[in-house]
Design a protein around this ligand. Structure first.
Ligand code: NAD
Length: 355
């Protein structure tokens, strides 16, 4: 390995990790001086948000359980009305990337401090990136205001994540680390995190499938997700993320499942152009061809491997290829239409990739 020149920037965040760590919420809120907190969740996770609110006692001003996928601005406006009316001085988001997105959207408008309690492996809590949708169009903003001040990872809250969701969410996290390893703005520190994040998740996910309340496996997975989230925050994502944004944005395919299916194919496409990254991915996965190891991990853990199984029409593949090569993200291997169309065909059929 040769260490070239690089830039490393750390994020000003406080991370609390463990089992039962939600109990530290009052202490963490007090450290930030918060006295009128709005707790955020989706409707399905209202109970968890209420439980978090009751830990806060009088510092909890209320629960807003309206968070939705893709952070629609009308939802943010509804939450903002409460923020203004009740003099809210901070938010606590309890949930997956959708709930974290709402907290970030409020912070973008107010710069209020945020505590995030993630319950999936999406990694949004580690980034200063916000994706919002207005009138059906998604807009991405990077702003230091949206970076959460405190993240409380509580393994106990992830125990309810069904193994199938844990798998796809975990593959979503692995994708951040994989692309961080061949990013054009990576650095040796983030590469260490990426390799360790992939290793932790890849060893944990089959154990979660075998025993969904295996606390050690859940803990390893959440630890891996945190590391992968840091890699996402510190590097620029490439072809894999571009394809997932196209498939999610234009064909409304589900976020984590799309990542899980596309990742082995994108790795196969990039393998020839990123040998050092491939060595590290293979090492983290226990050897072999990295694209095939990712595909096998997905298949053995019972996850989806074909886009046709998650609602992608075959007739949409040409349009997806056109969209993916228009305004492409930087990628280690040049992006050509024929190659991308073939990649999408393999992903649609769920073929085992060949690097
Ligand atoms: P999500 O928050 O919608 O959660 C996915 C599903 O998991 C939901 O049905 C939810 O109810 C369920 N769930 C969550 N936690 C659970 C638990 N502990 N037990 C049982 N069920 C649980 O989606 P996500 O996959 O966490 O995140 C995806 C979203 O986050 C996307 O909108 C994506 O764009 C965004 N995201 C943003 C960034 C960023 O940096 N801005 C990074 C990653 C993802």
């Amino acid at each position: 390995m040769t260490i070239g020149s690089f830039i490393y920037q750390s994020s000003p965040q406080r991370i609390v990790f463990g089992a039962g760590t939600l109990a530290r919420l009052p202490e963490e809120a007090a450290r930030l001086g918060l006295k009128h907190i709005l707790v955020l969740s989706t409707e399905g996770h209202r109970k968890q948000a209420e439980d978090a609110g009751s830990l806060l006692g009088s510092a909890c001003a209320g629960v807003f359980a309206g968070a939705r996928m893709h952070t629609p601005v009308e939802v943010t406006e509804a939450a903002m009305a409460i923020v203004r009316e009740q003099g809210i001085d901070g938010t606590i988001a309890v949930g997956g990337g959708s709930t974290t997105g709402l907290g970030k959207a409020i912070a973008l408008r107010t710069d209020l401090p945020q505590i995030v309690v993630p319950t999936t492996y999406a990694g949004s809590e580690m980034t200063n990136i916000l994706g919002e949708t207005a009138a059906g169009a998604k807009k991405t903003t990077r702003d230091p205001k949206v970076l959460p001040e405190v993240v409380i990872y509580d393994v106990d809250l992830t125990l309810t994540l069904p193994p199938s969701l844990a798998l796809t969410s975990g593959m979503n996290a692995i994708a951040h680390a994989v692309e961080g390893l061949y990013a054009n703005n990576g650095n040796p520190v983030l590469s260490l995190m990426a390799e360790e994040g992939i290793r932790a998740l890849a060893t944990a996910l089959p154990r979660i499938k075998a025993d969904h309340i295996d606390r050690e496996a859940r803990s390893d997975a959440l630890y891996g997700a945190w590391l992968c989230g840091m890699v996402l925050a510190g590097t620029t994502m490439a072809l894999h993320h571009k394809l997932c944004h196209v498939l999610g944005g234009s064909f409304e395919l589900p976020h984590a499942e799309t990542h899980a299916i596309v990742l082995p194919q994108a790795v196969a496409y990039n393998a020839v152009a990123a040998p050092e990254a491939m060595k590290r991915i293979a090492h983290a996965l226990g050897g072999g061809d990295p694209a095939q190891a990712l595909f096998d991990l997905e298949r053995q853990a019972g996850g989806p491997t074909a886009l046709r199984d998650i609602g992608m029409p075959q007739s949409g593949l040409d349009r997806a290829a056109d969209l993916a090569i228009a305004d492409p993200y930087w990628n280690p291997r040049p992006v050509d239409r024929a190659g991308i169309r073939a990649l999408l065909d393999d992903a649609w059929h769920g073929r085992r990739p060949h690097s």
